[in-house]
Design a protein around this ligand. Structure first.
Ligand code: ATP
Length: 241
């Protein structure tokens, strides 16, 4: 699936980003392996969204280099190969679920069969003919997700995709994410919920614009002598002081 012959799908070096006067990303190095799901975890305001915006090329970079699938982040050639869902809804509220997803499908040349498959995958098949404005917040955010997924992107950058979801839907979504990984796609998924670390191949623990650690959560727990992602995170903060 990855076009960079086994090399990292995302590679950042010396990445610095300012927002206003704040240095929000502070000299980050990062490599994401193909066919993995990485959890980007850290407290509110630590820079997760800013990092994701940088990877998809919509954030002004102060310094450093970011390559995605071998090309500079935001290159036109990456448009259909990289999908991003933000925390804001990016769909048309007055259109039905199916009309929204079909619209995005046409933009990327995907067929009706793919629209149906995606709607089932995000558990919106039963709501396909409802207007988005009549859905709950969690349902509406899954419409955004379906729109992002419909083009079969190689890299998916998903900002808090499971926020506000009930446990069953959350479970179904993670099952779907793992099926994408099994196909060789690469996912970066942010979350406030530390427990979601256990669903990821690797976690990136972030604090105040820097990475505290990057690796499988089991290894980080072992290294810190802890038994939960939350405790590992707290131990790593103490270690870093
Ligand atoms: N448009 C902006 N102008 C100035 N500063 C900003 C802007 N957007 C975000 N920031 C600041 O950048 C820092 C990182 O914000 P960011 O949204 O990347 O964090 P986050 O980890 O995604 O937070 P959350 O989990 O709450 O979404 C915060 O200190 C925030 O106040």
């Amino acid at each position: 699936m990855s076009s960079v012959s086994g090399g990292p799908v995302v590679e950042a070096r010396g990445l610095v980003v300012h927002r206003g006067r704040t240095r929000v990303l502070d000299d980050l190095d990062l490599a994401l392996a193909p066919g993995t799901v990485t959890g980007l975890l850290g407290p509110s305001g630590c820079g997760k969204t800013t990092l994701m915006r940088t990877l998809v090329g919509v954030q002004r970079v102060t310094a450093g280099e970011v390559l995605v699938l071998g090309e500079p982040a935001g290159s036109p050639g990456l448009r259909h190969r990289v999908a991003y869902t933000s925390q804001n809804l990016s769909v048309y509220p007055d259109l039905t679920v199916r009309a929204n997803v079909s619209y995005f499908a046409r933009l990327v040349g995907a067929g009706d069969g793919q629209v149906g498959r995606i709607l089932e995958a995000v558990e919106l098949g039963d709501h396909a003919d409802r207007r988005v404005e009549t859905l709950s917040g969690g349902q509406a955010s899954r419409v955004s997700l379906a729109c992002a997924l419909v083009g079969n992107p190689e890299l998916l950058v998903l900002d808090e995709p499971t926020v506000g979801l009930d446990p069953l839907t959350r479970e179904a979504l993670w099952t779907y994410f793992h099926s994408l990984v099994a196909e060789g796609r690469t996912l970066l998924v942010s979350s406030h919920v530390m427990d979601e670390a256990t669903r990821c191949d690797d976690v990136l623990l972030m604090r105040e614009g820097r990475f505290l650690a990057h690796g499988p959560i089991e290894e980080l727990q072992e290294r810190t002598g802890t038994t939960t992602p939350e405790a590992a995170f707290l131990a790593l903060i103490k270690e870093g002081r």
